[in-house]
Design a protein around this ligand. Structure first.
Ligand code: NAP
Ligand code: ZN
Length: 365
């Protein structure tokens, strides 16, 4: 079991949703004392993942209110517990989706904590001491050292924040499909949805040397996607002609879409034996017609974020290739506006909250 203390004595200022309207307001709550394996982190920045939106609006029917979202956190360590070996005060660190796991199962032992049956998330989880976890839309966090990673020197803390969820969530499936190294064997990969996850996937795909096609509902994103993100091709998925022309052209597709969609038309883009890997999490089951599967001997699979060793590896890879996210910074008083724009698919490509920047009153929009 993770080492924690049961006493929640520290007052923390944050921002919470209180019902499925998803409206965020300032919220003061308590965090646990810094335990022997814990680090305390002054939160500098927190990315706004679509999962935050799913949670605050209770899209998945699992939200425990009040909900303080946020799992793309960067900050500075201000305190370390006596058994903490990996970090010291002043270290620049990141925290992603995971807060605790059993530490005993085959997945924990293999640093695939994300598949532990008892996994607890950074927010909307139930911690070992019975408390509900609260995320990074807050000034301070207490985290078990196991679920903390280093931000490599040279990466900006703001544009690195979304790597903690968006980054690892697209890195892990690419690694799983042997797409990290392409020198021998570059692949034709497709990314469905050019949002927070999707734009990082494009950058990774290019860094690994692949031919990257974006499959998008937004023709307005094409020019920038090619010029700035370096995408090789762009398919407008609502245009049946374009979709037909690109039939059987891709080896692998990563699906990052947040809303209901049928997988049928996308499966047709795959070559025979191609794989469609789902990371997007719409609230309703996606359409999965059998014909494109059986006629193309294709595979559909999914994954959830990544393990901790893999997350550090991804951060280090980003440090090496100088990969960061394209962000739009918002002050905390603009959280509601930003969530609405995220819902409207109006962000290029990730909002990041400047948590430590300005002190905020109660005038949230
Ligand atoms: P996002 O920034 O909102 O991006 C989602 C993209 O999906 C949009 O930019 C849009 O791209 C596309 N899209 C939206 N509605 C669509 C529709 N009806 N049909 C087709 N495409 C549509 O969201 P995100 O933060 O990247 O997260 C994406 C999804 O991944 C969410 O459901 C989130 O909960 C999930 N997620 C899963 C994991 C995991 O561990 N598996 C981790 C993090 C997030 P275009 O404009 O290009 O079409
Ligand atoms: Zn996320």
């Amino acid at each position: 079991m993770a080492q924690t203390t049961p006493n929640h004595t520290q007052n923390v200022s944050g921002w919470a949703a209180h019902d499925s309207s998803g409206k965020m307001t300032p919220y003061v709550f308590k965090r646990r004392e810094n335990g022997v394996n814990d680090v305390t982190i002054k939160v500098l920045y927190c990315g706004m993942c679509h999962t935050d939106l799913h949670h605050v609006r209770n899209d998945w029917g699992i939200t425990m209110y009040p909900c303080v979202p946020g799992h793309e956190i960067t900050g500075i360590i201000t305190k370390v517990g006596k058994d903490v070996t990996r970090f010291k005060e002043g270290d620049k660190v990141g925290v992603g989706c995971l807060a605790a796991s059993c530490l005993e199962c085959e997945f924990c032992k293999n640093s695939e904590e994300n598949y532990c049956d008892q996994i607890q998330f950074t927010y909307n989880g139930i911690f070992w001491d019975g408390s509900i976890t609260y995320g990074g839309y807050s000034k301070m966090l207490v985290a078990d050292q196991r679920y903390v990673v280093r931000v490599p020197e040279g990466l900006p803390m703001d544009a690195a924040a979304p790597l903690l969820c968006a980054g690892i969530t697209v890195y892990s499936p690419m690694k799983d499909s042997n797409l990290l190294e392409s020198s021998e064997n570059p692949k034709k990969i497709g990314i469905i949805g050019l949002g927070g996850l999707g734009h990082v996937a494009v950058k990774f795909g290019k860094a690994f040397g692949h031919h990257v096609t974006i499959i998008s509902t937004s023709p307005s994103k094409e020019t920038e996607a090619r010029q700035r993100l370096g995408a090789d091709d762009f398919i407008v998925s609502t245009d049946p002609k374009q979709m037909k022309e690109k039939r059987r052209s891709l080896d692998y597709i990563l699906d990052t879409v947040s809303a209901y969609h049928s997988l049928g038309p996308y499966l047709e883009l795959l070559k025979v034996q191609g794989t469609l890997h789902i990371v997007g999490a719409p609230d309703k089951p996606m359409g999965l017609p059998s014909f494109p599967l059986i006629f193309g001997k294709r595979t559909v699979k999914g994954s959830m974020t990544g393990g901790m060793i893999e997350t550090q590896e991804m951060m280090d890879m980003c440090g090496k290739h100088n990969i960061t996210c394209d962000i739009e910074m918002v002050t905390p008083d603009k959280i509601n506006e930003a969530l609405q724009r995220l819902a409207n698919n109006d962000v290029r490509y990730r909002f990041v909250i400047d948590i430590a920047g300005e002190e905020v009153g109660s005038n949230l929009s």
